[in-house]
Design a protein around this ligand. Sequence first.
Ligand SMILES: CC(C)(COP(=O)(O)OP(=O)(O)OC[C@H]1O[C@@H](n2cnc3c(N)ncnc32)[C@H](O)[C@@H]1OP(=O)(O)O)[C@@H](O)C(=O)NCCC(=O)NCCS
Length: 183
Amino acid sequence: MARTDPERAEVQEFFGLHFADIADIAENAVPVVAHDDLYRPVIPFIRESEGRVVAAALANRPMIAAGSVMMGGKLPNGVDYGPVLDDVYQLDLITVAADHRGQGLGTRLLSAVDAELSARGTRVIFGCVTDEHDVQHLQSFYTAAGFKVLDQGQPLPQFRGRTWVGALDAAPAFYFYRQLPRA
Ligand SMILES: CC(C)(COP(=O)(O)OP(=O)(O)OC[C@H]1O[C@@H](n2cnc3c(N)ncnc32)[C@H](O)[C@@H]1OP(=O)(O)O)[C@@H](O)C(=O)NCCC(=O)NCCS
């Protein structure tokens, strides 16, 4: 897990290299340690023998939940995320270096995210895939990993009685989600 800022900078650099052609990867996608109270990120990464990062994933509290933390738990519309803050997490990014794909590293990253989130008592992890990615391959990958993969255009259901994506978020190619076992 990338727990320190230097490790997170390496992971950010890795994501930057691998998503260079994707417009929506922010320069500061990986939160710094000082913001951990807000996002509580889970950042597993794998190095090859020479030390180079070859695979990494990033899961965070969904933006809507992090936003509610900034406002003391409740959003201006009265919806209270306080009691369910760590119940639902979003898988924001996952990537394996092209020359290391198909060897199970992606699956290992997902298992590491699951183990950490289950230990926190998290009940659901979800994510979405945009059209910029290889949509068909990712449908297979997430299905193989046990996620429910929704059809294109199908909205993410509510979890714990709340919405977890903002109304203004761009419509993705598809959403996927999975219930986590109780630790
Ligand atoms: C998606 C990604 C992370 C998968 O990582 P990976 O290490 O290659 O995946 P794994 O080896 O763990 O594969 C797990 C399963 O996914 C499926 N899968 C993997 N590669 C596949 C491919 N090219 N086509 C179809 N299914 C595939 C298979 O079912 C595989 O199980 P199997 O090996 O038992 O057949 C990797 O392909 C990647 O980095 N892609 C580019 C970045 C990206 O699109 N990220 C997601 C958006 S943020």
